[in-house]
Design a protein around this ligand. Structure first.
Ligand SMILES: [Zn+2]
Length: 468
C-alpha cells in the first residue's frame, strides 16, 4: 500500500512440468532462439514456470495452465497483499486497438481472463479485465491499453489448461529473459518495437519487471545482474519467512512477483505489485544494494503480527542485507545501519517510563539510524536464536492463522511466540525494549522458562560496539 515514507530519491512446482511431457502442444512449440543457440558458450536459461512456458512469451501461440487464485495464495502465505497472479504474454494492446484472439480449452473446464494494462503503472488506472470465451474473441482496448497479461484461476481450482492464439492487433513488447536473451537480441527488440510500445519487460525466476522503453541504460547494461538481485531478494525473504517447501503450506509462490516503474515519489507496495519511481533502482550498479526492492518486497512478506508495516518491511530488508553479507553502510537505506546501535543504546539509557516500543518508529531520521531501532529489536532475536527462529515463527503463524485485530494482540502474540520458540523467558528483553503489556508478562511467567544464556538485548552485529 501507499505510504509516503520512502520519499527520498537516490536514488510448486505444481506438477505441470510433468504434465508438459504429456502435452503435445508444449512439445511442438518451436524453441525461442536463445543465447545457447546463438552462442554455445553461454548458458541456456533455466527460468521455468509451472503455469506458462517462458519460451512462448511473445509467440502467437501460448499454452497456459490454471494457477491457485491470488485470494487462496494470500490466505495460505498469510501476507498482507494479493500476490501477483498473472502471466506475461509479451504483447501489448494499444489504446482503442482491436485484438483478435482464439481461446480453446486443452483440458479441464475453464478459460483464462486477459488483463490489458499493468497494475499501478499509472496512477488511478487499473487493467481492463476481459473474460475469454471459447473460439474467436474480439477485444477493443479502452483508452489506456497496455501490456497484456493472463490471469487464470477459478474457485474451486479446476486445474484447466488452455491454448491461446493471438491473431491480430497485438504488438510485441521487448522481453529480456534472464540468462537467455543476448544483448544483441535485446537491442534489436528495442529498435524493432512499434512506437506505441512504451514499456519493456524483464523476466526472472521470482520476479518480473516492467520498465519504460525510454530508460536508455537498459539497452546496454547487464540486466541479468538486476534480475538476479530482485530474484535473490525474494528468495532470501522467503527463506526468512520459512517458505521452504517442507509442506504445501510452506511452498514459495510460483508466479513471479511483478515490479513496476511508476511516476510516484519513492517505492510502494500494493496488491499484486510493488512500484518504484526511480528507474535508477533498476540500474546494474544498484543491484548490489537493492534497498528499495528489499524494502518493498518486505512489505509483501509482512504477516499476521505486523504491528508496524514500515518496521516490518525494514526488518526483512535489513535481515536480507545481513544474510547477503553486505557492508554495514549498504545494509539499510542512506547508511542508517552504521549508527543504529548507538541510537539503540541511547534508547536503552532512557528511564523505564520513557521507553515505549509502540512509539519507536521515526521515519524522518534515516541516515542517523533512528528509523531502524524498531527493526533492530527484531534483528537481536535473530542474532540470539539464529535464522531458524523467524522461520519457525512464520511457519507457526501460517499454521495457526491467528486473528490479531490490533497492535496489542499482535505484540502479545509475538512476545509469547518468541518465548515459546526460543524456549527462553524474554521478560528482561521485552521490558528493555519498552513493551508495556503486563498481561503478556504474566503469561510469560506462567511458561516457567529458563533465562537466556546471553541477554539478547546485549547483542549487535558490530564486533566493536558495546552497550556499556
Ligand atoms: Zn514502506
Amino acid at each position: 500500500m501507499k505510504k509516503n515514507l520512502n520519499l527520498y530519491p537516490l536514488l510448486i512446482v505444481i506438477i505441470f512440468s510433468a504434465c508438459r511431457k504429456n502435452d503435445p502442444t508444449f512439445e511442438n512449440l518451436p524453441k525461442r532462439k536463445t543465447a545457447q543457440t546463438e552462442n554455445a558458450s553461454l548458458m541456456r536459461s533455466d527460468i521455468t514456470n509451472p503455469y506458462y512456458q517462458v519460451d512462448s512469451i511473445g509467440r502467437n501461440i501460448q499454452v497456459v495452465a490454471e494457477s491457485p487464485s491470488a485470494n487462496s495464495e494470500k490466505d495460505r502465505i498469510l501476507n498482507r497483499r494479493f500476490p501477483s497472479d498473472f502471466y506475461p504474454t509479451g504483447f501489448l494492446l494499444a489504446p482503442l486497438d482491436t485484438l483478435r484472439i482464439n481461446a480453446e480449452i486443452v483440458s479441464g473446464t475453464s478459460l483464462p481472463k486477459l488483463l490489458i494494462g499493468t497494475y499501478q503503472r499509472y496512477e488511478g488506472v487499473t487493467p481492463q479485465i476481459v473474460e475469454l470465451k471459447s473460439g474467436e474473441n474480439k477485444i477493443v482496448a479502452n483508452k489506456n491499453g497496455g501490456i497484456i497479461w493472463v490471469r487464470y484461476s477459478s474457485s474451486p481450482m479446476s486445474s484447466s489448461k488452455a491454448k491461446l492464439t493471438f491473431v491480430s492487433g497485438h504488438k510485441t513488447v521487448p522481453v529480456f529473459v534472464k540468462n537467455t536473451t543476448t544483448l544483441a537480441q535485446w537491442q534489436k527488440l528495442f529498435e524493432q518495437a512499434d512506437t506505441a510500445v512504451h514499456d519493456v519487460l524483464l523476466i526472472g525466476q521470482r520476479t518480473n519487471i516492467v520498465l519504460p522503453r525510454t530508460y536508455a541504460i537498459l539497452k546496454t547494461q547487464d540486466n541479468n545482474s538486476i534480475l538476479d538481485a530482485c530474484d535473490k531478494t525474494w528468495d532470501t525473504e522467503d527463506d526468512i519467512s520459512g517458505l521452504d517447501g517442507s509442506a504445501p503450506l510452506h511452498k514459495k509462490l510460483a508466479i513471479p512477483h511483478l515490479m513496476v516503474n511508476r511516476v510516484y515519489a519513492g517505492g510502494a507496495a500494493w496488491d499484486y505489485v510493488t512500484t518504484y519511481s526511480y528507474t535508477s533502482s533498476f540500474a546494474e550498479s544498484y543491484a548490489q544494494n537493492a534497498w528499495y526492492q528489499r524494502h518493498e518486497s518486505g512489505h509483501q512478506h509482512q504477516t499476521a503480527w505486523d504491528w508496524d508495516q514500515e518496521i516490518m518491511a525494514d526488518f526483512y530488508a535489513i535481515s536480507t542485507g545481513m544474510d547477503w553479507g553486505l557492508p554495514k553502510n549498504l545494509i539499510a537505506r542512506d547508511g542508517g545501519w552504521l549508527q543504529v546501535w548507538q541510537r539503540v543504546k541511547e534508547y536503552f539509557n532512557l528511564p523505564n517510563t520513557s521507553r515505549d516500543y509502540s512509539n519507536i518508529w521515526d521515519g524522518k531520521n534515516i541516515s542517523t539510524g533512528e528509523r531502524f531501532r524498531g527493526s533492530a529489536m527484531l534483528i537481536q532475536l535473530k542474532l540470539a536464536f539464529g535464522a531458524g527462529f523467524y522461520q519457525e515463527l512464520h511457519k507457526q503463524t501460517r499454521a495457526e492463522k491467528p486473528k490479531l485485530p490490533d497492535n496489542a494482540s499482535k505484540y502479545r502474540y509475538f512476545m509469547l511466540k518468541a518465548c515459546n520458540i526460543s524456549g527462553k523467558d524474554l521478560t528482561t528483553f521485552f521490558r528493555k525494549w519498552g513493551f508495556k503489556d503486563e498481561v503478556a508478562y504474566t503469561e510469560i511467567t506462567k511458561l516457567n522458562l529458563s533465562q537466556p544464556d546471553i541477554e539478547p538485548s546485549s547483542l549487535t552485529d558490530d564486533p566493536v560496539f558495546t552497550f556499556n
